[in-house]
Design a binder for this molecule. Structure first.
Ligand code: AMP
Ligand code: MG
Length: 484
């Protein structure tokens, strides 16, 4: 294992050097062996749960690791907070993979730092398991995301409303640089650090831009826009609601980050919100495109002095880029929805069909995943076709007519649709059931079984059926919580 610690080599203003606070009795709870090869974790460590628990609780600092807590700011629900930072997380370094690419290894729940404010720096087992399950599920669904390497229980209670078992979750990310990291320096007028951060982020994520000189900042902005559009389009494809799209939770790499109050939409409704603190529905399913545009505008504002030394010129440039965002998003979104419906090529006119089908789902309170799964199956099954015709009525026929106009046989269309429509997603009631079981029994058996099914979300395995059922009550009273 080789650490590069490139972020820790930046100036001290970027972080606090601080070690995790040791825990009483670390026990390995979940381990993601599918990542060990990529991260070149040696067999002797990989096969030693006691040693893994020591390392991924923060009790044992590996040779070459230089733990830090990173500084960032952020807009939370639209209000700017000058200083947030890793209040309960430690970046223990970047591990180099076989190709020499660095992966941030971050412990979350590993103790207090100077960014903790009133918090205890800890995490309970529920949110740790939730992050593990949801991030690995999104990865398998083909969505860009941070990953989870381990959950280690600490043998110490954390006090929320009641005492809960404590845990540390290890996150693997292509970096932890957020829009909020740029905001931290922009808000302080620290241009030097802002430039350092830009160069660091460009080198790490978009090295092809390095030769562009003064233009690289605009190109950087455009790259982040492209990545974030792809990300949010993918969320919309699978029905993912991030739940807390604050600018500190928006990664420059375009990975899904921070699985606090996230949830999956069941019944199709763009207004779906589950987060208990999102009373205004700011981060509702259907608002995600508008919010990512808003977040990117905040990112663009940080770059203004680098885009042009004349602030008015820089602003004009930024405004014109941001004004193109909705059209760019719409185009990618429609292409994706077209693919969900088996359209090889999207034609402008298809928009009507797509919106009509979605509207039908909403009016009839149909489950998003089930409906698209059945539409996929309906291509080669008379029984399912007649069931779907009953549900969608004239729109089913319009869809079939449109499919018959393209040059593709039904097998081919089914293969295409299956790539865009999962058979199983991490449904909220199953996630909760698994978390409850982990919390109460202290055993990971159910979580492992669930993870196994979620690792092949486009295939029906023997146990997939156990997890496909939509919630009986349509998740009408379901609530998720932040940062617990
Ligand atoms: P999040 O809601 O996870 O995006 O966190 C927002 C901010 O609150 C970040 O600065 C976190 O580090 C901090 N935070 C959340 N929970 C805790 C905690 N238990 N102890 C210390 N800081 C926390
Ligand atoms: Mg966060």
């Amino acid at each position: 294992m080789k650490f590069s610690n490139s972020y820790a080599k930046l100036d001290e203003v970027f972080y606090e050097r601080i070690r995790p606070t040791p825990v009483r009795d670390p026990q390995l709870f979940l381990w993601n062996s599918s990542l060990t090869e990529q991260l070149m974790i040696p067999d002797e460590l990989n096969n030693d749960p006691v040693a893994l628990a020591q390392v991924f609780s923060g009790n044992h600092i590996l040779p070459g690791s230089e733990p830090i807590a990173t500084a960032y700011a952020g807009h939370q629900f639209g209000s700017f907070v000058r200083q947030l930072g890793d209040g309960r997380a430690h970046l223990i370094g970047e591990l180099l993979d076989q190709s020499g690419k660095g992966w941030d290894i971050q412990l979350k729940g590993s103790g207090r730092t100077s960014f903790s404010r009133g918090g205890d720096g800890r995490c309970s087992i529920g949110p740790a398991v939730r992050e593990f399950i949801m991030s690995e599920a999104l990865k398998a669904l083909g969505v860009a995301t941070t990953r989870s390497l381990a959950v280690v229980t600490t043998g110490e209670p954390v006090f929320r409303e009641t005492p809960l078992p404590g845990a540390v979750v290890t996150r693997v990310a292509s970096s932890h640089i957020r829009i909020g990291t740029f905001q931290y320096f922009a808000a302080r007028g620290d241009l030097k650090s802002l430039i350092t951060l830009c160069h660091y982020a460009i080198k790490r994520h978009y090295p092809e831009l390095q030769t562009e000189g003064q233009n690289q900042y605009l190109s950087f902005l455009n790259k982040v826009i492209e990545k974030q559009i792809q990300l949010v389009v993918d969320w919309m494809r699978i029905g993912f609601i991030h739940g807390v799209m604050n600018t500190d939770n928006t990664s420059i790499s375009g990975e899904t980050i921070d699985y606090g109050p996230c949830a999956m939409m069941g019944i199709y409704d763009p207004q779906t919100v589950y987060s208990s603190i999102d009373t205004m529905g700011r981060y509702a399913f259907g608002n995600q495109p508008a919010i990512i545009q808003w977040n990117i505008a905040r990112f663009g504002e940080c770059l203004l002095p680098l885009i042009n030394s004349d602030n008015n010129k820089a602003l004009d440039r930024l405004r014109s880029i941001i004004s193109e965002f909705p059209g760019m998003f719409e185009k990618e979104y429609m292409k994706m929805m077209g693919k969900k419906l088996g359209l090889k090529f999207f034609k402008q006119d298809d928009q009507k069909l797509i919106l009509a089908v979605l509207n039908r789902l909403r009016e009839k309170h149909l489950d998003y995943t089930v409906t698209f799964d059945l539409l996929t199956k309906s291509l080669l099954s008379e029984t399912v076709a007649s069931q779907m015709k009953n549900e969608l009525e004239e729109y089913f026929e319009l869809w079939q007519k449109r499919l018959s106009e393209q040059d593709a046989d039904l097998h081919e269309v089914q293969v295409l649709m299956r790539q865009y429509n999962p058979v199983v997603i991490p449904r909220n009631h199953h996630v909760e059931e698994v978390i409850q079981e982990c919390q109460q029994s202290g055993k990971s058996t159910l979580a492992e079984k669930f993870l196994q099914v979620l690792s092949s979300p486009y295939e029906e395995l023997a146990q997939t059926h156990d997890y496909q059922d939509p919630p009986e009550d349509g998740d009408k009273d379901y609530k998720t919580f932040c940062g617990t």
